[in-house]
Design a protein around this ligand. Sequence first.
Ligand code: MAN
Length: 420
Amino acid sequence: MGGVFQSIYTQIYYFLDVRNGLRVSYFDNTVCLADFANYVYPIVRKRYPVLSDCHIFLFQKTAEIILKSTYIMDIAKRSKSNPLLSPSDLKPGIDGMEITCLLNPGVFRLHDKTWLLLRVAERPKQIEGKISFPVYNESGKIEVLSFDKDDPQLDASDPRVIKYKGQNYLTTLSYLRLVCSDDDINFYEDPAFPPIFGQGYLESFGIEDCRVATMEDGFYLTFTEVSPVAVGVGLITTKDFQHFDRKGMIFPPHNKDCAIFEEKINGMYYALHRPSSPELGGNYIWPAQSPDRIHWGNHKCVATTREGRWDSARVGAGGAPIKTAEGWLEIYHGANKEHRYCLGALLLDLDDPSKVIARSEEPIMEPIAGYEQTGFFGNVVFTNGHYVDGDIIRIFYGASDEVICSAEFSINEILHSLRK
Ligand code: MAN
């Protein structure tokens, strides 16, 4: 019997070899701990019919302990309808362009519907041997720039960004576009709600990854403004998503991933943001305070990257922090040096969000589904929007920087994972 268990354990490790992709083929792309039971135990039973229920129970417990203590902490329950939206589901919003990617939506509830403020990335149909992409020119009109792919001065190793003669450009131009749904699965556009395009020089390479804070005096939209001189955080407010008040850049470069807390704490507004300090420091999460949500101060650092871990290269806030009995819960993204983007959780003090109560050791969600591993930029799960319904957080997320998906977390389950 010992030999049988020996090989079962070998088998567990074999199944758990997530990092070389085996898990995907064995687990039908959407594994979580519960699925593990459904997939693995029947196989073990079939292969070792001699095992009694008691052995299987022991096997199950051992497997769970190994799973919890080693690799799999992915506790996201992905929608069976994923991906919910792909580039071909919408018509391009800019004349002469194609939609290349749908990414990272802001999320809010309005008129009993779920709304996604999608980031839509467009570019012209690509011609053999060239890289062409749109930018806004000085008079605010779309202009297409084009480079020869074999130009020795061109660095096009990253599908998202190119470098030419020392200047960085984005390979697509992003803007924000609304879709809504009655069932969180089928999303459609309402022509009464206009898209939001970049405006002015600081948005001439587009606007990206909008967080929507639903506050008592309206919606606060924070997004990345990209231009030849900077990446910073812009703010737009609206009460109805039909009329918009543009407040300009509220966190200067280099900064992004800004999530405003949806209520005041001790009379002050708070936000998480992600300044970058590449020479001394890095890409870390910082809370800041504000009397009015436009002027921000009292900056502190709450989460740095962790060498050798899943979040070793960059971390950034997701959607608005969620108030729980145990603290403000923030689902954040972390990427390693290979640009593999996962999600983790941070728990911050209810009275003072610059105090960290707990942080995920392992990701609570990893790119393990096929649509999360392959696409415009593979191995990415990235969220900046959700809504909360009791214990459930329904996140909407960009997978592989190409398609829009959704998944659910249990708040209790996340808090439990943080207590270990
Ligand atoms: C950056 C941002 C995101 C994007 C990820 C992965 O963090 O540009 O919009 O999803 O990279 O490419």
